[in-house]
Design a protein. Structure first.
Length: 236
């Protein structure tokens, strides 16, 4: 749930998280990957809203989607903030899903753009970030969707484990970099246009949005905020 924005504090926290990420021992991550031994069995469950709420795209992936399937892009859900004029802001784009909740690129249980799949799709289910568990305790998370799909305990070549570790760390660092740039841009925009984050406005607009009202969402991309008008229907 978004809280009142203190931009500089949030930026500092994200940068600290990135520093921690870069300092995480590579040998430890490689060993976790080796022990888990994940192998995709093409069940397709990770490509559905049931198992993953949405596929968030880095800016490079957004640029690629725009070249061959621009209609597949939607503002990422879980809007980060709004201003007193009722405009929401979010840090990037996500992939649209079909009415059945599956990824727009999933066809007959297979990814139709597998050779061009996006950064998060390439590293999933490996993760490397700090996150609260069901008890609220914050610790490192290295695997997503464990035991929910795929096969485990599959032998993985040491060089492949190292490649996965490097690629996963690079993805998480890029995600945090994008989050930092978003908050810096939002901080500057609010200062320049005399905007402010109003929690009550956010809550009231979200209530209307959940009931089907159309809202304006400004999506951060390449240093700019791109305006969109959306309803809840595009996320269902």
């Amino acid at each position: 749930m978004p809280v009142t924005f203190t931009f500089d504090e949030e930026i500092a926290a994200l940068k600290a998280e990135r520093d921690n990420l870069l300092q995480f021992p590579e040998e430890e991550f490689i060993e976790i990957i080796r022990e888990v031994g994940f192998s995709c069995d093409c069940c397709g469950r990770c490509c559905t809203r049931e198992f993953n709420g949405h596929v968030f795209l880095l800016e490079e992936d957004t640029d690629r989607v725009r070249r061959f399937a621009p209609d597949a892009l939607i503002p990422a859900p879980d809007f980060d903030a709004c201003d007193q004029q009722g405009r929401f802001y979010v840090s990037g784009y996500a992939l649209r899903t079909k009415p059945d909740g599956s990824c727009v690129f999933l066809e007959n249980g297979r990814c139709s753009i597998y050779d061009q799949r996006f950064a998060i799709c390439r590293v999933y289910p490996y993760m490397l970030h700090r996150e609260a568990d069901e008890t609220g305790a914050v610790d490192w998370r290295q695997i997503g969707g464990l035991n929910e799909h795929g096969c485990y305990n599959t032998p993985i070549d040491p060089e492949e484990c190292a490649r996965i570790a490097r690629e996963t760390r690079a993805y998480e660092a890029s995600f945090l970099d994008q989050a930092v740039r978003f908050r810096r841009a939002l901080r500057d925009l609010f200062a320049q246009e005399n905007l402010r984050y109003v929690r009550r406005t956010y809550d009231l607009l979200m209530r209307d949005f959940r009931k089907g009202a159309e809202v304006e969402v400004r999506v951060f991309h390449r240093g700019r905020f791109e305006p969109h008008r959306v309803t809840r229907a595009i996320y269902e």
